[in-house]
Design a protein around this ligand. Structure first.
Ligand code: NAD
Length: 495
């Protein structure tokens, strides 16, 4: 049993009046506890970040980039610890935790190159000898709040982007998986980051809301469920805190009649059951177009018994547990609703998972799913694949684009013309043609449409810089004093 504390102004802090239990989802057993911050503790973290920002915001871009590179190397040096925490706290399989760390290191490589995407506009001689420059500044104190499913990548993406752009940072990791964020605090310190620049405050919804309301907090980078993302965006507007909030998903994979069905079935199984369906880019709905539906369904079904389900400290495991007993119960309740709602339970995963001790849900396949059913309308966030039948491309698109979520979508086809039309028409933020999980690399934009994001900016790509910075436009003129006169008219741009 271990205890995860806070990290404020370069030191560990154990102040709290309540704790939250940490479980190993593979076994359903308690392995530790995390302290939950009181408002006084959260306030100390804000004061520390606010004070540190006075000097940190004035450091040079290259200095900050090089510090990111030192941190990156130290993260690589601590890979084993980080991966082991992903396996024990988040119930990740080893390959999944390793791949998440790889992505995180790639994010740091990109972020260290900030000078390539930092420049802002400059216009010379726009009127009457006036030059205008957009000057970029850090926004100040940024809070980063993450979900349980990417404890390695998301806290690092938020904190490194905030720090490299001259902000100071307070992380509030998911209370289910707090240890990696806390470990990063030690690694930042050992990399030479000044005290107060990276803080960790553990807690729950109340802590997050306290931070967003705080007058010295300037930004919230949030990734989590849609309900929380939406309410935090609204709270941010009320308190003039800049909020980038990425939410939940229901990603559709449309398979056209000309697609290679074996390849499509492999992709559907990999993208819906990988990470036990707990990825925001997981495929949770397959839409089969035309008369391929029966054959595609059979091909998906025949692949499912081969998935090795088990505890994630066994390296043979491909399909691990879901995060908690509550999430397991919630997923079971969706499976329970399928047949009463008129769908067909083709593979009932509960048959595999009922006898297991940990938080397991066996891979589940539900046919004849239609809009309006609970399994279709809600994000299940577990290894449950809904199979929808559409007669035509137009019907498949009408269904997909009518769904409230728009995080990602995929199309499987060999027809380039239809693929082009689809990529123009699909209403989602990250879309893939024969790519089932189209999570882009960091130089490209990432963030959903519709109810999958409440944000004017994207999570990565050039647009991310707009969240972590603010600009002021500077107008400069060097006139001849001999031409100076009083003129009460509104400035005109005549010459
Ligand atoms: P969650 O919303 O329950 O929790 C996320 C974080 O927000 C946690 O740190 C939690 O303590 C805090 N929180 C929860 N409710 C809150 C509220 N009402 N107000 C303020 N803070 C709150 O999400 P989760 O269950 O940890 O993660 C799964 C969700 O995250 C899924 O919906 C998934 O799609 C989404 N997700 C989205 C992306 C993306 O890029 N769009 C990436 C990963 C996960």
């Amino acid at each position: 049993m271990y205890k995860v504390d806070h990290f404020i102004n370069g030191k560990s802090s154990s102040e709290s009046n309540k704790t939250s239990k940490i479980y190993n989802p593979s076994y359903g057993t308690e392995i530790g506890e995390v302290l939950c911050a009181t408002n006084e503790v959260a306030d100390k973290a804000v004061e520390s970040a606010y004070e540190a920002s006075k000097a940190w915001s004035k450091t040079g871009l290259i200095y900050r980039s090089e510090l990111i590179l030192k941190f990156r190397q130290n993260v690589i040096n601590r890979s084993k610890e980080i991966i082991d925490l992903g396996i024990s706290e988040a119930g990740k399989t080893r390959p999944d935790a390793e791949a998440e760390l790889d992505r995180a290191v790639q994010a740091l490589t990109h972020i260290a190159g900030v000078q390539h995407f930092y420049p802002s506009h400059y216009s010379q001689n726009v009127a009457g000898g006036i030059d205008i420059a957009d000057l970029r500044f850090p926004i100040g104190v940024v809070v980063g709040v993450g979900p349980f499913n990417f404890p390695i990548l998301i806290p690092l993406l938020h904190s490194a982007m905030a720090l490299v752009t001259g902000n100071t940072y307070i992380g509030k990791p998911s209370e289910k998986v707090p240890s990696v964020s806390r470990l990063y605090a030690d690694i930042w310190k050992e990399s030479g980051l000044p005290d107060g620049c990276y803080n960790v405050v553990n807690g729950d919804k109340e802590t997050v809301e306290f931070l967003v309301r705080h007058e010295k907090v300037d930004g919230l980078a949030f990734i989590g469920s849609t309900a929380a993302a939406k309410s935090l965006k609204m709270l941010g507007v009320e308190h003039n805190t800049k909020v980038q909030a990425l939410g939940g998903a229901k990603n559709h994979m449309i398979v056209l009649p000309d697609a290679d069905l074996d390849m499509s079935a492999d992709a559907a199984v990999s993208a819906s059951f990988g990470a036990a369906g707990q990825r925001c880019m997981a495929v949770s709905v397959v839409v089969a177009v035309g008369d391929i539906a029966d054959e595609l369904l059979d091909k998906i079904k025949e692949r499912m018994p081969n998935l090795i389900m088990g505890v994630t400290d066994d390296d043979k495991t491909q399909l691990g547990p879901v995060i908690s007993p509550e999430n397991k119960d919630r997923i079971y309740s969706f499976i329970n609703s399928a047949e009463p709602d008129g769908a067909t339970l083709v593979v009932d995963g509960r048959i595999r998972s009922n006898s297991l001790e940990g938080c397991f849900v066996g891979p589940t396949l539900i046919d004849n799913v239609k809009p309006g059913m609970a399994v279709y309308e809600n994000e299940i966030f577990g290894p449950v694949l809904s199979f929808v039948r559409a007669k035509t491309y137009d019907e498949a698109m009408k269904i997909t684009n009518s769904n409230n979520f728009g995080n990602g979508a995929a199309l499987f086809t060999r027809d380039g013309g239809v693929a082009k039309k689809w990529s123009d028409e699909i209403q989602a933020g990250s879309v893939g043609i024969n790519v089932p999980i189209p999570l882009p690399t960091y130089a490209h934009s990432f963030g959903g449409w519709k109810d999958s994001a409440f944000s004017e900016t994207k999570g990565f790509g050039p647009s991310a810089i707009e969240f972590y910075t603010k600009t002021k436009s500077l107008s400069t003129r060097w006139p001849d004093p001999a031409d100076s006169k009083v003129d009460l008219g509104f400035p005109r741009n005549d010459n």
